[in-house]
Design a binder for this molecule. Structure first.
Ligand code: ZN
Ligand code: ZN
Length: 297
């Protein structure tokens, strides 16, 4: 009896959640179908969509962090509070990232449609259910985090660090724009974790829609830019989800140059003993949220 009542309440709540969601999805599906029909060329349509979304999200999400660096009110949330990037540093990084986007990242991003065809990625206007979408995105976060942990750790090995990864460590106090400031080989290796996760999932389980991959890439960009922001707020996700790495975790990686290799989560570094000493001392993974030490060095 109780089970039936619970199920009824749960399904009523689910309906309330899903019906408005369905209306939004309906509009988006129509827009998606219209766009592909208007472009009349799947190769160009997918490439252009991916490229425009990537650029808009990367620079759109980085811009607020540039603004914050100029507002003294937010200084108390800066992790390395003595290290505010200068405008010249930000502009130099912006220029290098733009060049890398134009000459390195744009090529695989723009040529994504043949990859979709090869992996049988659905580009129809039939979007996945909310449940499938949530399941796949969660899987991608854990898959990418595992890939990133091992390859990032490998990139700290002698010659790999010297010739490839050193570029990303130019800024000991990172800021949003530095998320994709890296050697082209590193961009390819870490990008493989981001794009390869949904492709591997599609290869093994099938049922993959391009809209899920695009939303995942957007979330991964948010994660990477926020992790490099240099700011930790009382409302940052890691305070509510202790396994989430956030800026607190990755800032320490840039400050100490070794340790904290994972991207989204803390479990690999914790279990394998590769946390930076400062992160290990705080032990936010086990004890929940505590205020970070002020790191003014
Ligand atoms: Zn590193
Ligand atoms: Zn970094």
């Amino acid at each position: 009896m109780n089970v039936t009542t619970t199920q009824t309440v749960a399904s009523a709540l689910y309906d309330q959640l899903v019906i408005p969601g369905n209306i939004i999805v309906g509009y988006t599906e129509n827009a998606w179908a219209s766009y592909y029909a208007w472009m009349n060329n799947d190769f160009l349509a997918t490439g252009l969509l991916f490229l425009v979304i990537h650029e808009l999200v990367y620079f759109g999400r980085s811009a607020p962090w540039i603004l914050l660096d100029h507002l003294p009110f937010f200084r108390k949330y800066k992790i390395q509070e003595a290290k505010i990037p200068s405008t010249a540093e930000q502009m130099e990084c912006l220029k290098d990232v733009l060049i890398a986007h134009a000459f390195v990242e744009a090529i695989p991003i723009f040529g994504f449609q043949p990859i979709c065809t090869f992996f049988d990625i659905d580009i129809s206007a039939n979007f996945p259910t909310l449940k499938m979408f949530a399941l796949q995105i969660t899987a991608f976060f854990f898959m990418e985090d595992t890939w990133h942990y091992w390859f990032h750790r490998a990139l700290h090995y002698g010659p790999l660090y010297k010739y490839i990864h050193k570029q990303h460590h130019k800024y000991a106090a990172p800021f949003g724009l530095t998320a994709e400031y890296a050697h082209p080989i590193e961009v390819a290796v870490t990008g493989m974790g981001t794009v390869g996760s949904p492709l591997l999932y599609a290869y093994v389980f099938g049922q993959m829609h391009l809209v899920t991959i695009i939303c995942w890439v957007v979330m991964r960009l948010f994660q990477a830019i926020d992790a490099h922001s240099g700011y930790d707020f009382p409302w940052s996700l890691r305070h509510f989800l202790p396994i989430w790495a956030g800026a607190d975790h990755h800032d320490d990686h840039h400050k100490y140059f070794v340790g904290n290799y994972a991207s989204s989560f803390r479990h690999w570094d914790y279990v394998l003993g590769t946390e930076t000493p400062a992160t290990a001392r705080r032990h936010t993974f086990l004890k929940g949220s505590v205020e970070p030490e002020k790191k003014t060095a």
